[in-house]
Design a binder for this molecule. Sequence first.
Ligand code: TXA
Ligand code: MG
Length: 317
Amino acid sequence: MKTELLTATDQGLARAAEILRGQGLVAFATETVYGLGGDARSDLAVARIFDAKARPRFNPLIVHVPDLATAERFAHFDARARQVAAAFWPGPITLVLPLLHEAGLSPLVTADLDTVAIRIPAHPAAVALLRAFGGPLAAPSANPSGRVSPTRAAHVMDALSGRIDAVLDGGNCAVGVESTILGLAETPVLLRQGGVPQEALEALLGPLSIGGNSDKPNAPGQLLSHYAPRAGLRLNATIATATEVLIGFGPQSAGQAALNLSPKGDLVEAAAALFHVLRVADEMAGADKSIAVAPIPELGLGRAINDRLRRAAAPRS
Ligand code: TXA
Ligand code: MG
């Protein structure tokens, strides 16, 4: 198939909605990363998402909706869930809540769990697409499973052109790391570090317990490797060896590193740059070099950056 590159004009949105209604796949920009969207009520569309990504089937997907009223058709919100939603939606946080089984989501989306992961994105093109389509969109990050997530339309085209129907170009993603995932089905648990920092959540909810590997809610501890470039990766590097490409952070890397996530040491800027810089470093490394990354402070968005870097550096299976 030929992948159409669409823009978020009335015409582009109408075409994207038409593809989605025909159970096709449209990758679209959100403020975190590009998602690979399909109708969350259609087994066929959801199966196509797994196939295009070559993704393990037991890994459930996030359901994207345009507003809280729509979210409440698919998940049960208690007072605490409403409080978190009011504070952070629309925005880069996903809530795992009790599933309303009668709401008609494909069981492939939830991997037959009794919970559903749901999010209201803030990116205007994502919201416009959800409204034009008029239904819930299942959307994992629009990259082949295990690889670096896309933050530009060109990243999606590079990896998935020919495998999906369209890409809706919404520019470069402003946040740059995936949404924070907060489990609220029982006691609050932070399942994935992401675009809403742990500190901001804890200011609202008090100290949070940290969950295991949310990439495998059914099979804890497997497949730590994720977000991986082709080249190997070494963390907390201050200088590179002759066979490494160094990704720096902050003014202390000036003059040391060819690439820098944020020359002024800003974690928000570094998160927005992360996945693109990993791709550039991977190209520079080629077949015979590996990548080294400078230390990133473990606070705010640095927590999500370090989480993705640790997985990128994990042993490959
Ligand atoms: O920022 C994001 O969240 C992006 C954009 C496109 O919205 N999406 C994204 O989706 O990162 P994905 O599929 O790459 O990650 C979804 C994560 C997975 O780790 C999955 O295991 C977890 O959400 N998840 C989904 N449903 C769950 C559930 N019911 N319980 C626990 N974890 C769940
Ligand atoms: Mg992903």
